[in-house]
Design a protein around this ligand. Structure first.
Ligand SMILES: Nc1ncnc2c1ncn2[C@@H]1O[C@H](COP(=O)(O)OP(=O)(O)O)[C@@H](O)[C@H]1O
Ligand SMILES: [Mg+2]
Length: 278
């Protein structure tokens, strides 16, 4: 698999060696469910790992977790065990593809249907977010796959991120839910940078149109224009891969959706404030 991201050894000196600053935490959000957040999160984690970055993928879809299902793994422990007090956060990590030391990444899985996770109090979610920020010190990159919706616990996890990638499709319901998320998060955590990724676009032009619509609304009503991290084309191979619980990034790493998400990963490695305006 050949990714176009810079290898760790090619990164500037201040980015190499023992980390003294927290990892960049990227939360993947959408407002609406079923738009491709989990597919995007898994593929971003693979892309960063292949580029030599120590990467942790966190299932932040509390209560309806399914990263493990898409990855086709059966983890021995998960976040539900952490909140129940059975294991420490860092001990709930499962290596994927050999883990960060062998070119893979770590995953902190959730547990689908877990009442313990779905009904966390605000204090428990704040503690979880603080724990993730501490654990992030051991990684170069942390990806948090958020659940759908704009409820407070989702916002609390989003607030722990440096950047939020809003995954949006051309469906009006996706756009209105994404706008609602962007607006609520802007009020709740103004310092979190929000960028947009268009998924399932039928063409580049259609993806650009969707981006223009959402960014216009943000500029007009919220006073800022979110940067476009990239567009992922619709491709039936995504559904086929998810159905067979074999990630598309391992079964067909040169497929168009994977190449598109590698482009998004490259864009996300650009330091804040230095992105090209699109
Ligand atoms: N680029 C794409 N092309 C085609 N289908 C896609 C694409 N991305 C996602 N999908 C479809 O959307 C479904 C939901 O994806 P998923 O990542 O589980 O969404 P979410 O985490 O937002 O609920 C997938 O099962 C797949 O069928
Ligand atoms: Mg999901």
């Amino acid at each position: 698999m050949s990714f176009l991201l810079p290898k760790s050894e090619n990164r500037p000196a201040q980015m190499r060696g023992r980390r003294v600053e927290p990892a960049t935490i990227i939360a993947v959000a959408s407002g609406k469910g079923g738009v491709g957040k989990t597919f995007m999160s898994i593929t971003l984690a693979s892309a960063f790992a292949q580029a030599g970055r120590r990467t942790l993928l966190v299932d932040g879809d509390l209560g309806l977790a399914n990263i493990d299902v898409q990855l086709g793994i059966e983890p021995e422990t998960d976040l539900a065990a952490v909140v129940s007090g059975w294991v420490e956060l860092e001990d709930a990590v499962t290596p994927v593809d050999g883990g960060p030391s062998r070119g893979g990444f770590d995953v902190l899985p959730g547990r689908s249907g877990s009442g313990a996770l779905a009904e966390l109090s605000s204090e428990e979610v704040a503690r979880l977010a603080a724990g993730l920020s501490a654990l992030a010190l051991q990684y170069d990159q942390v990806i948090v796959d958020l659940g759908a919706g704009i409820e407070a616990n989702c916002m609390r996890l989003a607030r722990a991120a440096d950047r939020v990638v809003m995954v949006i499709t051309d469906e009006p319901t996706s756009m209105t839910d994404a706008y609602a998320f962007i607006k609520v998060l802007k009020g709740y955590a103004p310092s979190v940078q929000q960028v947009v990724a268009i998924n399932q676009a039928m063409s580049r032009a259609a993806g650009q149109q969707t981006y223009e619509a959402i960014s216009q609304a943000c500029e007009t009503f919220l006073g800022f224009k979110p940067h476009l991290a990239g567009t992922v084309l619709h491709d039936d191979s995504v559904r086929e891969a998810i159905r067979s619980q074999c990630t598309l990034v391992s079964s067909d790493p040169s497929s168009q959706p994977i190449m598109d998400i590698i482009g998004i990963a490259q864009s996300l490695l650009t330091p804040r404030g230095q992105e090209l305006r699109r």
